[in-house]
Design a protein around this ligand. Structure first.
Ligand SMILES: Nc1ncnc2c1ncn2[C@@H]1O[C@H](COP(=O)(O)OP(=O)(O)O)[C@@H](O)[C@H]1O
Ligand SMILES: [Mg+2]
Length: 366
């Protein structure tokens, strides 16, 4: 099926500095797509390119198979919700929301009806007469959303719209955004540097790093099977153990590490045996036993047991893995009670819970 939007091999420079390279992204008509990456990775630049606020140095931007190069900003069927909301402070909420229809020259009665509908949609029906300064952060956020959806765009671009909100309001707005996207049945392209937010909201996540795409996929797929050390480390916590690929049997791999031979699972074709690889295991997937299982996993010494509320994090050291703290997460349900620093324990995991990563060098700076 033809995607709604396709960024084809986009590159971008600011002067001599390359900030995007080989960016290829498709967006389906009704999906919640998140671009996730650390600060400075190029997320805002990608969004500004889609919105038409920024030129490109290579590649094409296609909308329903049509090149957008010649389509000016105000004719693109998108709207942007900026990080700072960019509301007009001298206008009431209703005037802010109706602004897009007013500049399109729609009749007053139609604007009033649509504004009322959209304010209802975002749960602000009673606030039309207020000024932005008389609203809370979450309410201002909803005004910005109402203003973005009133012209019935096919796609909404959202640049870290929740980052200024406190934790509770943020969780509430996440639920609201997701349900709004479902109700409208349009595409959202959402930017965040927060991996939990990305996982909670998205149909699909694109991980960017240093102006390049690291990996893309459904949240669970990225979380369970990162392909690169960057993705493994950026999406939640991982134990990364370096070694050499010793044997491959279908998706199952054996990796020789300083701590012994470990099992892992590879997605797609495995690198040649002898390659430098990493085994990535989530702290919550590591089994912890009083004694090591024969021929399985490794032994390690408890270094610290930390109570984190719902969880307990157990940090361990292995003599052959200097500098690395292994992490095991347990529910704080008493199952980790009795563990003390210095105790020697056995760690193991299912091969299906360990991802094999190619250890290759980190991508060169652009
Ligand atoms: N107008 C600009 N001129 C020069 N460099 C810029 C400009 N805008 C962004 N950059 C640089 O481009 C890179 C990507 O920026 P940006 O897209 O804002 O990243 P993010 O949104 O992921 O934090 C950064 O190194 C930033 O300093
Ligand atoms: Mg940004």
């Amino acid at each position: 099926m033809q995607p709604l939007l396709h960024l084809e091999n986009i590159s971008k420079r600011y002067g001599a500095v390359r900030v995007l390279e080989g960016i290829d992204i498709t967006v389906a008509g009704n999906e919640f797509l998140t671009i996730l990456g650390p600060s400075g990775s190029g997320k805002t630049t990608i969004l500004r390119i889609i919105g038409g606020f920024e030129s490109i140095d290579g590649g094409r931007l296609m909308f329903e198979g049509r090149d957008l190069a010649a389509v000016p900003i105000n004719r693109r069927p998108f709207n942007t919700v900026f990080q700072d909301y960019a509301l007009f402070h001298h206008m009431t909420v209703a005037e802010n929301v109706g602004y897009g229809l007013k500049v399109r020259g729609r009749p007053r009665a139609e604007i009033a009806t649509r504004v009322a509908e959209v304010m209802e949609t975002v749960g602000l029906a009673a606030f039309g007469g207020r000024y932005p300064a008389q609203l809370s952060g979450g309410q201002r956020q909803r005004v910005a959303l109402a203003r973005a959806i009133i012209c019935e765009p096919r796609l909404i671009l959202l640049d870290e719209p929740l980052s200024a909100l406190d934790v509770e309001l943020r969780a509430q707005m996440q639920r609201f955004l997701k349900s709004l996207q479902r109700r409208l049945g349009i595409a959202f392209v959402f930017i965040t540097h927060d991996q939990e937010e990305a996982i909670a909201l998205s149909d699909r996540i694109i991980v960017v790093n240093g102006g390049r795409i690291e990996q893309e996929g459904a949240p669970e797929q990225l979380y369970r099977r990162p392909h690169t050390p960057f993705t493994a480390a950026f999406l939640g916590e991982n134990n990364l153990i370096a070694g050499t690929l010793a044997a491959v049997d279908g998706p199952l791999c054996a990796v020789d590490t300083p701590a012994g031979r470990l099992a892992a699972t590879v997605d797609g074709p495995a690198p040649p045996t002898g390659s430098a690889v990493l085994v990535a295991v989530r702290p919550e997937h590591v089994r912890l036993d009083a004694a090591p299982m024969p021929g399985e996993g490794l032994t390690a010494d408890v270094a610290d047991v930390r109570f984190l509320g719902a969880n307990v994090m157990i940090e361990l050291r292995h003599a052959a893995l200097p500098g690395a703290l292994l992490k095991v997460r347990r529910l704080a349900d008493g199952s980790a009670a009795g563990l003390v620093a210095g105790q020697r324990v056995g760690l193991s995991w299912s091969a299906g819970d360990a991802a094999l990563l190619r250890a290759g060098p980190a991508p060169a700076a652009l």
